[in-house]
Design a protein around this ligand. Structure first.
Ligand code: ADP
Ligand code: MG
Length: 701
């Protein structure tokens, strides 16, 4: 059992050099290698008589033949003077020549009379008119009983790195499979229920599929063996999540009183009525907060759906119960804005709040830290600065994290640890595809706001290229004439930050000349926080009419009077990012525009993104598409997500399997919370292995 965790270096045929190469592929242990699945397969099982190939001609098709080496030797090409090893292979029906460049050692391998199977593309020599294959894969059949692994069958192809060949991979893996019988870890009941093969068979067949397997299914990763391994992987993942979740629900938290007068007073102060989604989510949060165990809830809602007021309600519940609350946002601008928006309500309710960012003076900071530690401040809003060691709360009862995807799991955990089992509410405007909600966020309770406040008109999105830029300016002019405001977003790509900054600056100057009656402002990441705040303030007050900005406006900025958003070099942005940006307009009820500008050629993938944007305003559809384009890893940075890496399973392909595994895992944990029953012993062991590196995370977050 533990043998599987043995380092790969000590396996026959590996050694330190190959171990290092394998390490580059993320393979460290025997288990890693056994679960290192081929990314595709080749069918070399259909052995053809050479005579048939001769009759049908050399069509460059990929073929496999079997025969005897009739003659072999090294020839030197007359012009380039390259050494080529050639072997003539005959099977009674005809002859074919196999050629290998620069592999003279083959003369000791493919000697006369050796029986071989070779696979390669069949070509015809223009001079001799004979058939040949260039550098075919081959395998010597020395003993009749032996199993072919490189040719004469369906053959696995692995992602390799330079220095490692397919043949070496196959040999090592084959050796391992023959040596290690894999003990079953899944309960028999589950195998039966889902018609899954046992572990040993599945692993064997993934690497060396049986004859007559369906090539298409194999190459899609859709065989029962693939399903079995994906199911196992998801089950172990979900067991970890289920345990994580049940641990939190067993911790004792703060049982807040949620029906105090302050919440009623807050809701009376609002200039609008809560949407029914907002009300429902507030009820869910109140249920959690009133409970004996800590809240661990993810609030998801498209940009502009009104998450802030929901967070504020939670904050006031904490405050009313004599606790402090923290709200963390990813940028200074966003923190500022939350601070200002929330203060409007906190002040009349007599609640004290402070903002803490890294941009403030140290004198101010000292005072805030002191007040926070002594409990004089009830609500602290800030950026990553909240996470620093010096920030100590007297009695933190609630931690809210806005735009969660900008933070890692560890940061979430750090904030949480500033209190004693405080309630945690995390919010995201990037819709989380269902598969991620079941995996990366699988230990959280999920609330969704699925409607926008009434009266919002969908943003009109256009992709304008080349000459159509003029259209953008006329829409902009029109908006300005109606007293509206405009965002012009400029991308900032790290490598060429200076160039882009110059671009944004010039753009601002150009616009100022073109619209002399409208004040143009420029906002970018290099400005200090005082300056940023000043510019945002002037934009909010409608003094600045056109705001040229690098992506600092990406998240959360709320200026309802801004109705036109122009995005320069839109092809450089990711889909979710574009959707976030678009969420800055369409907030006031008037007609709004999001204009995507591109110059020159746009890649295929870029087109896909831009036309998707023009086609729909639905954040979920966009998120799904974005995940499909970039892959789940990129999309949500699963590396820092705190869940184990997936080796076989695929979050896009295996949704159904994930659902089943999640259901089963949660049922298992409900019945056997610590996996103590004998039939779960191996399962627990495997789960612990999988979560090993993540266990600390698992317990803190
Ligand atoms: P987000 O979910 O993107 O954080 P905000 O909380 O910033 O959204 O809300 C966006 C805008 O909608 C704000 O101006 C807010 O005051 C307003 N808003 C929130 N809820 C409602 C509502 N129920 N009716 C009308 N306007 C609302
Ligand atoms: Mg927000």
């Amino acid at each position: 059992m533990t043998d599987l965790q043995k380092e790969i270096q000590y396996i026959k045929g590996v050694g330190p050099v190959r171990a290092k190469l394998l390490g580059r592929l993320g393979i460290k242990t025997i288990e890693d290698l056994l679960y290192y699945t081929p990314f595709r397969y080749e069918d070399r099982g259909n052995i053809k008589p050479i005579g048939e190939l001769i009759r049908h001609g050399a069509d460059e098709s990929y073929q496999t033949v079997q025969g005897k080496v009739m003659a072999s030797g090294i020839v030197i090409t007359p012009r380039q003077r390259k050494k080529i090893f050639e072997a003539t292979i005959g099977d009674g029906s005809g002859y074919i020549t196999a050629k290998w460049f620069n592999q003279p050692y083959l003369k000791d391998v493919l000697k006369k009379e050796k029986r071989v199977v070779v696979s390669g593309h069949v070509r015809r020599d223009p001079y001799s008119y004979g058939l040949y294959m260039d550098g075919p894969e081959f395998e010597i059949i020395d003993d009749e009983e032996g199993e072919l692994i490189h040719t004469g069958r369906i053959v696995p192809i692995y992602h390799v790195t330079s220095g490692l060949t397919q043949k070496v991979m196959r040999n090592i893996i084959k050796g391992l499979l023959d040596l290690y019988p894999l003990p079953e870890i899944l309960p028999q009941g589950l195998l039966d229920k889902y018609h899954l093969p046992g572990l040993h068979d599945a692993v064997n067949q993934i690497h060396f599929p049986p004859e007559r397997s369906e090539m298409d299914l194999l190459n899609r990763g859709g065989t029962r063996s693939h399903k079995r391994l994906s199911f196992e992987e998801f089950l172990l993942l979900e067991l970890g999540l289920a345990i994580k979740k049940s641990t939190v629900t067993q911790e004792s938290g703060i049982a807040f009183k949620v029906d105090g007068p302050m919440i009623r007073r807050l809701h009376a102060l609002l200039p609008f009525r809560l949407t029914s989604s907002q009300q429902r989510v507030i009820d869910e949060i109140m249920g959690d907060m009133a409970g004996l165990h800590p809240m661990n809830r993810l609030l998801q809602g498209d940009v502009g759906c009104g998450k802030t007021i929901v967070a504020l309600t939670a904050i006031l519940i904490a405050v009313e119960n004599g606790y402090q609350a923290a709200l963390m946002a990813p940028t200074e601008i966003l923190a500022e804005q939350h601070y200002r928006n929330i203060q409007v309500y906190l002040d009349p309710l007599g609640v004290t709040s402070r903002i803490l960012t890294s941009g403030i003076t140290s004198r101010k900071r000292e005072a805030i830290l002191k007040d926070t530690a002594e409990g004089g401040v009830q609500v602290v809003i800030g950026t990553h600065a909240l996470l620093e060691g010096g920030v100590v709360f007297k009695r933190l009862g609630l931690a809210v994290v806005d735009e969660q995807h900008k933070f890692g799991v560890l940061q979430r955990a750090t904030l949480k640890r500033k209190g004693y089992n405080p309630d945690v509410l995390i919010m995201t405007a990037t819709p989380i595809p269902r598969t991620l909600a079941m995996s990366v966020y699988g230990d959280l309770d999920l609330s969704v706001i699925d409607e926008l406040p009434p009266g919002r008109i969908p943003v009109i999105t256009k992709w304008l290229y080349g000459d159509r830029r003029k259209e953008a300016y006329s829409i902009m002019k029109e908006g300005l004439r109606e007293g509206k405001q405009v965002y012009v977003v400029y991308p900032l790509v790290e490598e060429s930050e200076k160039v882009d900054l110059k671009g944004a600056t010039e753009m601002a100057e150009r616009l100022q000349r073109a619209f002399p009656d409208n004040m143009v402002g420029l906002l970018h990441g290099r400005l200090n926080s005082v300056k940023k705040e000043e510019i945002m303030g002037r934009f909010k007050r409608n003094e600045i009419r056109i705001l040229v900005s690098t992506t600092v406006v990406e998240v959360g900025v709320d200026v309802p009077n801004a109705t036109v958003m122009i995005i320069e070099h839109a092809e450089r942005f990711g889909l979710s990012q574009l959707h976030q940006l678009r969420g800055r307009v369409g907030r006031g009820g008037g007609k709004s525009y999001c204009l995507l500008l591109t110059n020159g050629k746009v890649t295929e993938e870029g087109r896909r993104r831009l036309s998707m944007m023009a086609r729909t305003n639905n954040g979920f559809e966009i998120a799904e598409e974005d995940m499909a384009i970039r892959g789940p890893g990129e999309f949500f940075g699963t590396r820092q997500s705190g869940i184990p890496e997936l080796r076989v399973a695929n979050l896009l392909r295996d949704v159904k399997i994930l659902e089943a595994a999640r259901k089963e895992a949660f049922e298992i944990i409900a019945k056997d919370p610590a996996l103590e029953r004998p039939e779960h012993r191996l399962l627990r062991h495997a789960m612990e292995q999988k979560w090993r590196d993540k266990l600390e995370l698992a317990t803190v977050s």
